[in-house]
Design a protein around this ligand. Structure first.
Ligand SMILES: *Cc1c(COP(=O)(O)O)cnc(C)c1O
Length: 380
């Protein structure tokens, strides 16, 4: 064999020896699994039953007409590069959240920003701590950085085990993800617990509060990360326009952090990554926040209904502060997901663990609840 076959990351290549050397860090990397799609367009509509996609925590409402109009007119200029600094969006965010523009950074979705954070903090030999199970992007982007994942199991109650996470910190720890509320379990962290944890983290370790579902939180005992970051230079808050604001397909998210961290995020950003369409849609969405938040309120109402009915059916449902619910099904996970699909809803199975079900339009939730009721009877 040629000498390059000996270095990690150079397994047999379909092009034989002499192929490009790829980084060993990419070997055996978990692949991001997008939620399964509902049958598309005409073809799907012609099939019965209609499939509802409850697998990606998307907003089921179509774009607001005003936001759609803004995007459509911005599309007339897509021969031009976008505003690289996202200046209009930063000004809007700064006013909306009462933070200086220097404390803001944008990216292609908050996953994009999370990847920028890793590029800014972690390299081979470093450690990144997060709860598990949590957001499936964390292991992927950590592995790409070359750093080592340190996963701390959730408690029996599907909560972050913050004491164990604090104890897992070593001198190699560079970044800690705290997903609040947690994807896929929906459970949020009480303010006092989070503050106690933050007080235990050394000031040279970055804590990333991933608040992708913040707008769905109704428990007043859950802190807003933007209050917590203000006097904590090692805290960074991630937010997204993908969920509550319904812009998942346009890819725009942002971070709030003190200047050195925000500046590092600007250095690690893909130049021109956030399209002009996304920037203008995000601005228009913030200006239509009243209407959007009414939709969020309706989804929160559906979450309450779905959770209550599941509990009445006999399921143990952790209290969700997000736009999804979690059912721990263990070995029956795939079977449950298949039953949902046969009935016309696509959910998100984590084989051997459980199913995450996005709260969707009420027709979709009704179908899901019927499936859950029938399945529940087979468990006793
Ligand atoms: C959906 C989600 C995101 C946001 O992803 P985008 O890249 O902004 O679309 C971030 N974190 C968590 C935990 C999520 O569930």
């Amino acid at each position: 064999m040629s000498e390059n076959s000996q270095s990690p990351g150079n397994g047999p290549s379909p092009d034989g020896p002499g192929g490009p050397r790829l980084r060993g860090a990419l070997d055996g990397m978990p692949v991001y699994k997008p939620g399964k799609r509902a049958p598309a367009g005409e073809e799907g509509a012609a099939q019965a039953p209609v499939a509802y996609k409850l697998s990606s925590n998307e907003n089921p409402y179509p774009p607001l007409p005003g936001v759609l109009e803004t995007v459509t007119s911005a599309a007339g200029a897509f021969n031009r590069y976008p505003d690289m600094a996202c200046s209009g969006l930063l000004a809007e965010l700064s006013a909306r959240f009462g933070v200086p523009e220097e404390h803001l950074a944008t990216g292609t979705g908050s996953v994009g920003v999370a990847q920028q954070l890793l590029q800014a903090t972690a390299e081979p030999g470093d450690e990144v701590i997060y709860a598990w199970r949590s957001f499936e992007a964390y292991p992927i982007i950590t592995q790409i950085s070359g750093a080592t994942s340190v996963r701390v199991p959730l408690t029996e109650g599907e909560e972050h085990d913050l004491d164990a996470m604090a104890e897992a910190i070593t001198e190699r720890t560079r970044l800690i993800f705290v997903c609040n509320p947690n994807n896929p379990t929906g459970v949020a962290i009480p303010r006092a617990d989070l503050e106690r944890f933050l007080d235990r983290v050394p000031c040279d370790v970055l804590v990333v509060l991933d608040e992708a579902y913040r707008e769905f939180v109704r428990d007043e005992n859950v802190a807003d990360g933007i209050d917590l970051y203000r006097d904590r230079p090692n805290v960074c808050v991630l937010r997204t326009f993908s969920k509550a604001y319904g812009l998942a397909g346009l890819r725009v998210g942002f971070a709030v952090a003190h200047e050195p961290v925000a500046a590092a995020l600007r250095k690690t950003a893909v130049p021109f990554g956030v399209s002009q369409l996304a920037q203008e849609a995000a601005i228009a969405s913030m200006r239509s926040e009243g209407e959007l938040l009414e939709r969020v309120e309706a989804l929160v109402g559906e979450r309450t209904r779905v959770s209550r009915e599941l509990a009445e059916q006999g399921w143990t449902v952790p209290r969700s502060e997000a736009n999804f619910v979690w059912l721990r099904l263990g070995e029956r996970t795939d079977e449950f997901a298949a039953a949902c699909e046969a009935a016309g809803t696509v959910v998100r199975p984590f084989p051997g663990e459980g199913v995450r079900v996005t709260v969707g339009e009420s027709e979709a939730n009704d179908i899901f609840l019927q499936t859950a009721a029938a399945f529940r009877k087979t468990l006793d």
